[in-house]
Design a protein around this ligand. Structure first.
Ligand code: TXA
Ligand code: MG
Length: 318
């Protein structure tokens, strides 16, 4: 297998990405949250290619990306308060799990046979351009091997997936840095399936109190819930007393070998989270360190998504 094409963030690069996708190929694309491993969501073989490249279990469904609400409405129904959420936060870091419409045309592999589909309208200009040029919905999970650290730069994508993909569109690092928030809206109450780039505090004025359904391992409804996930090679600990030789990831007043945000800013910490984990893991290997330890992060706003990812990265592995 040859190395992936590195495509520039230009009209030519977008057109080339769209052409590969229309032929059923796999292209890693930037979004405002993280890099996604995209394929034509209507093509069975293309979607099967995503699962194979990531080593992802076939029962874990994929997010489908569309350019706008009108395109989303051709695929799924919008029970209250779904439309209000879409109007408030799309394009942006929000994924809605919605009932599939008859004649949706998506590959059944995308939804792992579920009667629902996870839809997102991403805000990144390059992703928007490729969606429009491809002229079809794009399935895109995060562009990392299943269970490993999420990719927020083209270098992360290449290190993790390398020759298994046809191309990566290089638009530099992602602005948000953690994956989208996943909601299942319903008139009786909206369930929160994954904390992410859109914080609960801005959602609840529209939905009322969210029903948190994010317990690791409880059930595999959003299998991003599988307990061990985002895992570096070295063991990872949260808070507590540093031990000799550990690689320390700091936050705010806690300085470390690396820091998520020296000034204790949660948005900056989210942007740096996965890069810090990738770097800390490489440092741990180079120094033969016993573990990585991360400073405590407040459990508010984006801090919830950060702590969720870190708890899963720290979870016992199979
Ligand atoms: O920010 C993001 O959401 C990124 C970018 C690329 O858009 N994508 C992403 O995809 O994080 P992925 O595959 O790593 O996570 C998708 C999550 C999984 O936890 C999956 O189980 C859940 O969405 N999911 C997908 N379809 C679902 C469905 N029909 N019902 C419940 N959960 C679903
Ligand atoms: Mg992922």
């Amino acid at each position: 297998m040859s190395p992936p094409e590195i495509l520039p963030d230009t009209a030519d690069g977008h057109a080339r990405a769209a052409a590969i996708l229309r032929q059923g190929g796999l292209v890693a694309l930037p979004t405002e949250t993280v890099y996604g491993l995209a394929a034509d969501a209507t093509g069975d073989a293309a979607v099967a290619g995503i699962y194979a490249a990531k080593g992802r279990p076939g029962h874990n469904p994929l997010i489908v990306h569309v350019p706008d609400l009108a395109a989303a409405e051709t695929l799924a129904g919008f029970p209250d308060p779904a439309r209000a959420l879409a109007e408030a936060f799309w394009p942006g870091p929000l994924t809605l799990v919605l009932p599939l419409k008859p004649g949706h045309g998506l590959s059944p592999r995308v939804t792992a046979g579920l009667p629902t589909v996870a839809l997102r309208v991403p805000a990144h200009a390059a992703m928007q351009a490729v969606l429009r040029a491809a002229g079809r919905p794009l399935a895109a999970p995060s562009a990392n091997p299943s269970g490993k650290i999420t990719a927020t730069t083209p270098a992360h994508v290449l290190a993790g997936l390398g020759p298994r993909i046809a191309a990566v569109l290089d638009a530099g690092p992602c602005a948000v840095g953690v994956e989208s928030t996943i909601l299942a809206p319903a008139p009786s109450g909206t369930r929160l399936l994954r904390d992410g780039g859109l914080s609960r505090e801005v959602i609840e004025p529209i939905t009322g109190p969210l029903i948190a359904d994010t317990t690791p391992g409880a059930k595999l409804e959003a299998p991003g819930q599988m307990t061990s996930h985002y895992a570096p090679h070295a063991p990872l600990y949260l808070g507590g007393q540093p031990q000799p030789g550990e690689i320390i990831i700091g936050y705010g007043a806690v300085q470390g070998d690396l820091t998520l945000s020296p000034k204790g800013d949660l948005a900056e910490a989210a942007r740096n989270l996965f890069s810090c984990l990738h770097t800390a893991d490489a440092l741990a290997a180079a120094r033969n360190a016993p573990a990585i330890r991360v400073a405590e992060i407040p459990e508010t706003g984006l801090g919830r998504a950060l702590n969720d990812r870190l708890r899963r990265a720290a979870a016992p592995r199979d």
